[in-house]
Design a protein around this ligand. Sequence first.
Ligand SMILES: *[C@@H]1O[C@H](CO)[C@@H](O)[C@H](O)[C@H]1NC(C)=O
Ligand SMILES: *[C@@H]1O[C@H](CO)[C@@H](O)[C@H](O)[C@H]1NC(C)=O
Length: 391
Amino acid sequence: MVWAFYLNDCLMRLIVLLLPVKLKKTPLFDFHRASGGKMVEFAGWSMPVQYTDSHISSHMHTRQHCSLFDVSHMLQTNVHGKDRVKFMESLVVADIAELKDNQGTLSLFTNDKGGIIDDLIVTKTDQTFLYVVSNAGCADKDSAHMKAKLAEFKSAGHDVDLEFLDDALIAVQGPSMSRVLQEGLKDDLTKLTFMFSALTTAFGVPCRITRCGYTGEDGVEISVPSSRVVELTERLLSNPEVKLAGLGARDSLRLEAGLCLYGNDIDETTTPVEGTLVWTIGKRRRQTGDFPGADIIVPQIKNKTQKKRVGLVSTGPPVRPHTPILSTDGKVIGEVTSGCPSPCLKKNVAMGYVDSAFSKNGTQIQVEVRKKAVPATVSKMPFVPTNYYTG
Ligand SMILES: *[C@@H]1O[C@H](CO)[C@@H](O)[C@H](O)[C@H]1NC(C)=O
Ligand SMILES: *[C@@H]1O[C@H](CO)[C@@H](O)[C@H](O)[C@H]1NC(C)=O
């Protein structure tokens, strides 16, 4: 038996080695390996899921101190041309025209059926381009989607161009980020509030710093030339407040903060209204109704949708994606889309979609874990209060 298993295991490894799948590597790949990173496949990339510290201790370190995450796998795009705002607004739900110089916002690419193609951050720089960051897992479809619209715009005589960046991107997240980063900056970081972006130099490395992130903590994302990212990372890590953290901690941090993971919590079958992301739809855009899927999405804002994304809290066995959600009398009323034990709350936190009749805060429901119904409560999100720097 043992030998059969051993041979089988060897065979599996051989097959894995021979498979022509070539994972993409970020400019920090060698650095991750040298730092004890446990590399896993994520969206076609080889990324660290954790380093030498446990996932829980990385999670807590981020909430109490500061962590550095490699997010270079995300797609960074500059949108140039004098019709860039009109171009981007033809693809997403945000009111980009009303953004202040260097202000960014979370937005959504939507399709004609009202579904969400991806979530993204679009920043209206004070130069002649928009800076867009979207998900690694959607990079191919996002770029194809933007290129198709670009061709349409160009043939209509509009002035737009796309530039896909090969810069690295690191996220530095946690309450001591500002102290750590300020040491390397000439600019005053207290002037850069949540969702604003600036071109600057950090520890001698030219970069774009955007005060955002996906942990619920104060933090920044730093876009930096690939050739200089190891140098900047090493410089930041030389401060004992800063530790490396991987995808594992990133997932539990974003879930505690109530933030969606594309592909789990939102996708092409969910609309912004069902996903409780109506706040991302600009007021003017609701009136003009000129974004993809507006004829489905705008009426949903006034009328209840049949299903809605909610937060869930429970005790007992961990709640994982695809767990059925039941009413207290045992009817299936929805499904979990993300879930984990919360390192901060010491309870299980999850999000999922339920029949809207069950979406009110405090509603008692059940989750079916390993064929057993476990009591759970619908909860407001974020589960853990966010700590964004608003000045
Ligand atoms: C809301 O739903 C009702 C019933 O389905 C429908 O008659 C009405 O037209 C809808 N309202 C809007 C604004 O779509
Ligand atoms: C949500 O419901 C819980 C009870 O489950 C209650 O303690 C809490 O105050 C409610 N929160 C809000 C914002 O209504």
